[in-house]
Design a protein around this ligand. Structure first.
Ligand code: THU
Length: 124
């Protein structure tokens, strides 16, 4: 468990915009240079436009020019550590995030890798 990344993800979760699902998710990703970027889920009345916390965090980093990552942590109020959706797994694969911490608010943590989450991922 990466305590710092977890705590930042928990804090980011507070900004989740979730009028439809009422399910708040927070994420934090650490760049290789040590900077941490955060994300929360942001929903929309047009449901298909909902954006997950993980992609929000990764895109926040990429838009600052970051391409190299160390680890990502995602968290939600779930009985087991929250598991990322397929779209977020594919985005994690795109940026080769080496370590992924799936957590819940209790602090349970499953440390995994993108390879484990999305074997045979699509790449060009
Ligand atoms: N959600 C995330 O933010 N990350 C995940 O890994 C799974 C799902 C969001 C999308 C939507 O706003 C809500 O959780 C319910 O699906």
């Amino acid at each position: 468990m990466d305590r710092e990344l977890f705590e930042v993800a928990v804090k980011a979760r507070q900004n989740a915009y979730i009028p439809y699902s009422h399910f708040a998710v927070g994420a934090a990703v650490r760049a290789k240079d040590g900077r941490i970027f955060t994300g929360c889920n942001i929903e929309n009345a047009s449901y298909g436009l909902c954006n997950c916390a993980e992609r929000c965090a990764i895109f926040a980093a990429v838009k600052e020019g970051v391409r190299e990552f160390d680890a990502l942590c995602v968290t939600a109020d779930t009985p087991q550590p929250v598991s990322p959706c397929g779209a977020c797994r594919q985005v994690m694969a795109e940026f080769h995030i080496p370590k992924v911490y799936l957590t819940n608010l209790k602090g349970d943590c499953k440390e995994t890798t993108v390879e484990e989450l999305l074997p045979y991922s699509f790449a060009l």
